[in-house]
Design a protein around this ligand. Structure first.
Ligand SMILES: [Zn+2]
Length: 152
């Protein structure tokens, strides 16, 4: 496993988002879906942000594809990302894979060679799972995964 070009952000696995992280680990994009509102819930959590229901939530797979809604090219990052520029930060409108239901719009990175020159609004993208290894004092070596996208 090699470290990704863009360092991964620290994320916390909780009982509310564990299914999301487990899906990414296995190469899937699973998100909570509220049957009461017919919406996917982003960010992953146990309560629908619209109707506040816990009972209507079920986990569903998404195809992991979408389109660039908006993007920005960061010339020089800061902190852990200060050596990573230029890189692409984007909102991706996800395909839900379910008729009549929009996928959520997620803030993410578009990665890949020369992506800074190729990225465009409405470009088709597919998910990639960037992984690294972090040492945790309590847990030992932990593989971390992060949802990112590449141009299709
Ligand atoms: Zn709801």
């Amino acid at each position: 496993m090699t470290a990704p070009f863009l360092p991964l952000a620290d994320v916390e696995t909780t009982s509310e988002n564990e299914a999301f992280w487990n899906g990414l680990r296995d190469g899937r994009l699973d998100l909570p879906y509220c049957g009461n509102c017919a919406v996917f819930v982003w960010y992953p959590r146990a309560i629908c942000p619209i109707c506040h229901s816990e009972n209507g939530i079920e986990w569903r797979p998404l195809p992991g594809t979408g389109r660039v809604y908006s993007y920005s090219i960061v010339a020089k990052g800061s902190g852990r990302w200060k050596e990573s520029g230029p890189y692409v930060v984007a909102y991706v409108q996800l395909d839900s894979g379910h008729d009549g239901v929009d996928g959520p719009r997620v803030l993410t990175n578009i990665v890949g060679s020369d992506v800074q020159q190729k990225v465009k609004v409405d470009a088709a993208v597919g998910m990639v799972v960037d992984s690294d290894l972090k040492h945790d004092a309590k847990l030992g070596d932990v593989v971390r995964n992060l949802l990112r996208f590449t141009l299709a």
